[in-house]
Design a protein around this ligand. Structure first.
Ligand code: CIZ
Ligand code: SF4
Length: 367
């Protein structure tokens, strides 16, 4: 089967035809099937999701459902991997095989394992890797093997605190945290915890010793993998100044994947779930500029029509990888299930899954 090219019979259908046929397939598959929709998916796709959430919440929801045979993950590849790791008995499908995460792709598992070994050789200090869930299962596995844990943008502070706490308090007694793969999430969290940007250095995996001197490694508390998300990197302090100039009462909330200077200037920073909650729990704030993916921001605007809710900046912020999943792809995936020949399945090899599961379970236990 050609995994890349969808049969033209799908792309030639109208939106209404696709919607009708997807609804029909969902009825036929009944409780065997659960469709998960990440916040960054389009409204068209979200309309068919049984659960909508961030990546961890979705994987946990899937894991809590017994007897589900098929999980169709409308999100990106690392999310489907996590669903497979946490629900090994189900068949997990990603409707587009090229729906990856540009940030996750910036941390190769061999590079991460090399960095962990090199840092151990470069310093007598204890370096504990903390890996954002936006990473491959192989990187999560390498994290667990080095005594580290995963984190999400919702729980990263608690996980960092666990890493730094002494073993007597149930922590990992880290002298330093190696934060993988998002340097922005790393520095923004360190600063939110009371550390300073001077406590952080950036580790470039393409350079020997990450491009760092022995002195830089010795003094740093946070060693930040040189990775970022191109969708969030685009939100700048200038966008915030412009929003405030145009609308003095605007509340600016941004995702911690945004650059440090942007987060420093914003009124608040938080994960997708925290952004949704902040809007819902602030009835008096009528005007929001939000620095995250526009599908989520536009859905928030539609849910709170009495408020003015816009994406921060002057253009929509779209994740191209998330957008690869659309109605033709979703229908095609459901059709392959109905004919017993599922395509685009995501299965993490058990030797990797076991360690990656440990990194996820450590995170869940901490939080
Ligand atoms: O973990 C997730 O779902 C992502 C990518 C972002 C967030 O803030 O929820
Ligand atoms: Fe990855 Fe950024 Fe897209 Fe999220 S928005 S899936 S971090 S590329």
């Amino acid at each position: 089967m050609n995994y890349q090219n969808i049969p033209t019979t799908y792309t030639a259908q109208t939106r209404e035809q696709l919607q009708e046929r997807i609804a029909q397939r969902k009825r036929e598959l009944g409780s065997q099937l659960v469709i998960l929709g990440h916040h960054y998916q389009s409204d068209d796709v979200i309309a068919f999701a049984d659960f909508v959430g961030d990546s961890l919440k979705l994987s946990q929801q899937a894991a809590s459902l017994k007897d589900v045979r098929y999980i169709v993950f409308c999100g990106v590849h690392f999310m489907a991997e996590s669903a497979n790791i946490l629900s090994p008995a189900a068949t997990v499908l990603l409707p587009h095989p090229a729906a990856g995460c540009a940030m996750a792709d910036l941390a190769d598992d061999t590079d991460v394992a090399t960095a962990i070994d090199d840092l151990a050789a470069d310093t007598a200090a204890r370096v504990v890797p903390i890996t954002y869930v936006n990473s491959t299962a192989a990187v999560k596995a390498a994290t667990a093997r080095a005594g580290g844990a995963c984190c999400t943008s919702s729980n990263v502070r608690n996980v960092f605190a666990w890493a730094l706490a002494p073993t007597g308090q149930g922590g990992a007694a880290a002298d330093k945290i190696l934060a993988i793969p998002d340097q922005n999430l790393g520095i923004n969290t360190a600063v939110a915890m009371g550390f300073t940007p001077d406590d952080c250095v950036v580790y470039d995996p393409r350079l020997a010793h990450g491009g760092l001197t022995a002195d830089q490694i010795r003094t740093a508390r946070f060693i930040l993998w040189k990775g970022h998300c191109y969708v969030h990197q685009r939100f700048t302090p200038e966008h915030i100044h412009a929003a405030r100039q145009q609308r003095p009462s605007v509340r600016v909330m941004v995702h911690p994947e945004c650059p440090r200077e942007t987060v420093a200037l914003a009124d608040a920073a938080g994960s997708t779930e925290q952004i949704i909650r902040a809007v819902a729990e602030s009835p008096d704030v009528r005007d929001w500029a939000i620095g995250t993916e526009s599908n989520l921001v536009n859905r928030l605007a539609a849910r709170h029509r009495d408020k003015r809710i816009r994406t921060l900046g002057d253009a929509p912020a779209l994740c191209v990888q998330m957008a690869r999943i659309d109605l033709p792809r979703l229908l095609w995936t459901l059709d392959t299930l109905a004919t017993g020949q599922p395509n685009n399945t995501v299965r993490v090899p058990e030797n990797i899954a076991a360690d990656a599961r440990l990194a996820l379970e450590r995170m869940i236990a901490i939080t």
